[in-house]
Write a protein of this length. Sequence first.
Length: 213
Amino acid sequence: MPLLCWPDAMGRPLSSDHVDAVRLEGVLAADFAEYRRRRLPFWTDPTPAPVPEGVEPWPHDPGPPFEQWPGLAPGMPLTSEGPTPEEAASSLLAGLMETGRFGLDECRLVLVPAHRSSDALALIGWSAQAPLPLLGALLRSWEDRFGAQVVAVFGSELYVSVARPPVEAEHANLLALEHVLSTADNIVDDPPTPFPEYATELVGRTSWSFWWD
């Protein structure tokens, strides 16, 4: 599988057994319960957080509209009208090149001995702070449900193309929660995007990006 990445992105490969061992529904249910316990005081208190002088207060985030883990977002069906996963990946790559993405000229094209795109990061031992077993399990599931493909990694940033994104707000809410539970630092918290706004932006969106500190 092709992957665009910086030369220093590769570390110690992670055995697929570690990804196989992740029971995604159970792990995400437990993670959401803990996440909700920690964040509920902020979701229920609309008082703006203190910010430096001259800085706009962060918008209030009411959080996900779920009290318990609601389950995975349903997959989108294959159609003859939409792009193939390969076409969606090519479109994302072309977009990155057109915008002159910072660091693109330092990238190399790596051919990863993987049967599916979602296993590429584990097999190169991606040297980021992402939880690789969990992320690998999520990527496999997103590949199956949405035709997602891992396209590029720049340092700790990950770019994923999506051939069959959700088209209904209800499904986008479920998917947004999966993104939150990936632990990526840019989802919801930085910049501080309220959960409903982030979920709305996922409707019909054909590329996703994540980064970890």
